[in-house]
Design a protein around this ligand. Structure first.
Ligand SMILES: [Zn+2]
Ligand SMILES: [Zn+2]
Length: 320
């Protein structure tokens, strides 16, 4: 797994790389626009150039943009649905411009229309977004949800339904470890882990699994509540994360932390947010290797290894 984090873009998009380097990232997630506002200023050429230069200087990490929380791809009102499609398309265009590899989006909430109607409507929205992106490289990843309220995408069946009905090669899946746990998918025991990814492979195909969000949980299994905790400090625990970071099937897949600790300073003041501690915890779980060494990372990035990992992942599936 290529370990990284969702870094702040305060002061400039390109500064996320500086923060990522400081924390020890090998992959990065950012917002490219506000997560809680519909409007967004256009990207200036200067911002794009600085971001791309910082990306190159950091070594070309896998990058993702998390899409706005306002987007609801199965909204029941036409105005909100249309706005969601337009905003997600804009998220993808911004990512393309910045050279970001993927946009990660929460599918939405069916608002009482029912799961099947919600899944079908998400697929229709995805087809519209993908139609607007012809010729673009950016991938669009659906994130599994915790199943709060009427949100769709908390089961592999629903996610498979969206991908199948949309039928677009651009699409993939991001699994959030806290959301799976909250949705009642117990991937944390040895048997549960094997069964979870066997089922994912059967229903969706491991080749479509393009990113992880690595979060521990403040709530118990099946709570259906989206409440992240720092890695190792929640109900999931480090033993479960150890299986993930040592799983050869995911050697090339970015694993992104989203819950930074706030280390107190000597005087007891809250310190700056940093993912360094969480990333170090995850690295310490790797078999016999205490920290990421550049030699290993280069090997993981080689085209040869990528090809191997891909062909190892899964046999021919419905969408390959
Ligand atoms: Zn998310
Ligand atoms: Zn979450």
């Amino acid at each position: 797994m290529l370990l990284g984090a969702h870094e702040s873009v305060a002061g400039g998009l390109h500064l996320a790389f500086e923060r990522g380097l400081r924390d020890g990232c090998q992959a990065l997630q950012v917002w490219t626009r506000s997560s809680r506002q519909w409007s967004a200023a256009p990207l200036e050429p200067e911002m794009v150039a600085r971001f791309r230069a910082a990306h190159r200087a950091a070594g070309g990490w896998p990058t993702a943009a998390h899409a706005s929380y306002l987007i609801n791809l199965c909204a029941t009102t036409d105005a909100l649905w249309a706005r969601s499609i337009a905003t997600l398309t804009d998220e993808c265009e911004r990512a393309e411009l910045l050279g970001i590899g993927a946009v990660i989006v929460h599918p939405g909430a069916h608002q009482g229309a029912g799961s099947a109607a919600g899944v079908a409507k998400v697929a229709r929205a995805l087809r519209q977004v993908c139609a607007a992106l012809r010729g673009r490289r950016v991938r669009l990843l659906l994130e599994c949800t915790a199943g709060m309220g009427s949100s769709v995408g908390s089961s592999f069946e629903e996610l498979a339904g969206m991908l199948d009905a949309a039928g677009e090669r651009r699409l993939g899946i991001c699994l959030d470890t806290q959301h799976m746990w909250a949705a009642g998918i117990d991937w944390t025991t040895a048997r549960g882990y094997a069964a979870t990814f066997e089922r994912f492979d059967r229903l969706i195909g491991l080749g479509h699994l393009r990113a992880f969000h690595l979060n521990d949980s403040k709530r118990p299994l099946g709570s259906r509540v989206d409440r992240h905790q720092r890695i190792g400090d929640g109900a999931i625990g480090l033993a479960a994360f150890s299986r993930l970071v040592n799983d050869a099937r995911f050697a090339d897949v970015p694993g992104l932390l989203e819950t930074p600790p706030l280390p107190p300073s000597a005087s007891g003041e809250p310190g700056a947010e940093s993912y360094a501690q969480g990333l170090e915890r995850l690295r310490s779980l790797r078999g016999g290797r205490r920290r990421a060494d550049p030699g290993t990372r280069r090997a993981a990035d080689s085209p040869d290894r990528r090809r191997r990992a891909r062909s190892d992942r899964t046999g021919p599936g419905p969408r390959r």
